[in-house]
Design a binder for this molecule. Structure first.
Ligand SMILES: Cc1ncc(COP(=O)(O)O)c(C=O)c1O
Length: 398
């Protein structure tokens, strides 16, 4: 470790509030698929800020939009419209099966909005029904309501008392949803591919069955597409892959290409907020809106989803080779949201070894490695990742 890095890490330990163990590295800049630390070392980025930097690092159109908007208007007021907000809203809504959008800053906030909207619909049209069925191993955010929605056993008692109104069932188990529906149920909320849960896709029958069930009972189907949206699965939205339209959809991560931005979208019938019931200081903030607009235009112009589909197949074929050699197990996922299991719970060790060799990976569970690179990834990056990864696996020198 060089002396600049050592000093910065010491300061971080002294002043930065502890929430998680981080490697002793300080990042300074990024370009495309790569990050560079303060010592100038290059890292191939296969987590993209946790599935956020869809266009890679410092993508010119994003930097341009930020510079240009910063010189015009950084913040107006959430009580006033601004030009990029309206242009972005129109372009985004037109890409979806939804009628309206509301912009926020983080995925958790967007999901809070979805939960509020569902509860409001329940109070207006379903005799006060408020319960939302979500799934085990799901992830919906870190606010108190979205923690309660998340299907992590250990979160049920963390920061108790938790928010009531959520029922957790096994993912991909339609019967369990049916069995847990009551007079109080107002919605089913799922990730079409569980992201933090380890890139586990829903089955076609499950998603289609959920749609049918929700229609029969007159309750809402909410898709949390914060990780699966914006081309990640090889379709612009994962609901298109399943051929099923949700009633409410949330977006985050890729929508801002690295800038804090999220969205709550709904069909007209479910847009039931009344005056003053939803808001926030940074909702529809001009800088975020101009970035969002630039990201979306770029994603569409470059037809990123088609590229993701191709690269997803390529990545899958490479993981299959490692799996056939017995080095990894259960490779799975859709598009560029893929994961595999290790033979043992050695995720942290694999991460450390890879980092030393200039590769950034993610291990959402001790035995699982998840691959969520920027969507601009090319074959040569996948080849480089696989050859480094192989050296971190026991017996994996190719
Ligand atoms: C599916 C899903 N929903 C919600 C969130 C929360 O988003 P944020 O961290 O922006 O609040 C995440 C973040 O990982 C996610 O993957």
């Amino acid at each position: 470790m060089n002396s600049t890095m050592r000093k910065l890490i010491q300061k971080a330990e002294e002043y930065y509030l502890f929430v998680s163990v981080k490697p002793p590295i300080v990042m300074e800049r990024g370009k495309g698929m790569f990050l560079y630390d303060v010592a100038g070392k290059r890292y191939l980025d296969f987590i993209g800020g946790w599935a956020v930097n869809c266009l890679g690092h410092c993508y010119p159109a994003i930097t341009r939009a930020l510079k240009c908007q910063a010189g015009k208007l950084i913040n107006a007021s959430p009580s006033l419209y601004n030009r990029p907000q309206i242009e972005f809203a129109e372009l985004l809504v037109k890409q979806t099966c939804m009628d309206k959008v509301f912009f926020l800053s983080t995925g958790a906030e967007a999901n809070e909005g979805a939960i509020k909207l569902a509860r409001k619909y329940g109070s207006k049209h379903k005799n006060g029904a408020y319960e939302i069925i979500t799934t085990r191993n799901s992830f919906h955010g870190r606010t108190l309501a979205t923690m309660a929605a998340t299907g992590k056993e250990q979160w049920k008692t963390l920061f108790a008392p938790g928010m009531p109104g959520f029922v957790h069932v096994d993912f991909n188990d339609l019967r369990a949803v049916k069995q847990n529906m009551t007079e109080q149920t107002i919605a089913v909320m799922i990730e079409p591919v569980q992201g933090e849960g380890g890139a586990v896709p829903a089955s076609m029958d499950y998603i289609r069955g959920l749609r049918k069930l929700c229609d029969e009972k007159g309750i809402l189907l909410i898709f949390d597409e914060i990780q699966t949206g914006y081309g990640r699965t090889g379709k612009f939205f994962a609901y298109q892959y399943f051929g099923v339209e949700p009633d409410i959809m949330t977006l985050g991560k890729g929508i801002g290409g690295g800038f804090p931005l999220a969205a709550l979208l709904a069909k007209d019938k479910f847009c039931v907020f009344e005056k003053g019931e939803q808001g926030g200081t940074y909702t529809g903030q001009p800088l975020a809106m101009s970035v969002g607009l630039a990201v979306l235009k770029e994603m569409l112009d470059r037809n990123i989803s088609a590229h993701v589909e191709k690269m997803g197949f390529y990545l899958k074929s490479k993981l299959e080779i490692l799996e056939n050699k017995g080095l990894i197990e259960n490779s799975r996922g859709l598009g560029l949201l893929q994961a595999f299991d290790l033979k043992k719970s050695t995720g942290e060790e694999v991460l450390k070894k890879a980092l030393k060799k200039g590769l950034i990976l993610n291990s959402p569970r001790p035995q699982t490695i998840r691959l969520i690179p920027p969507l601009i990834v090319e074959k040569k990056h996948i080849d480089e990742m696989i050859s480094i990864l192989a050296t971190t696996l026991p017996g994996g020198l190719l």
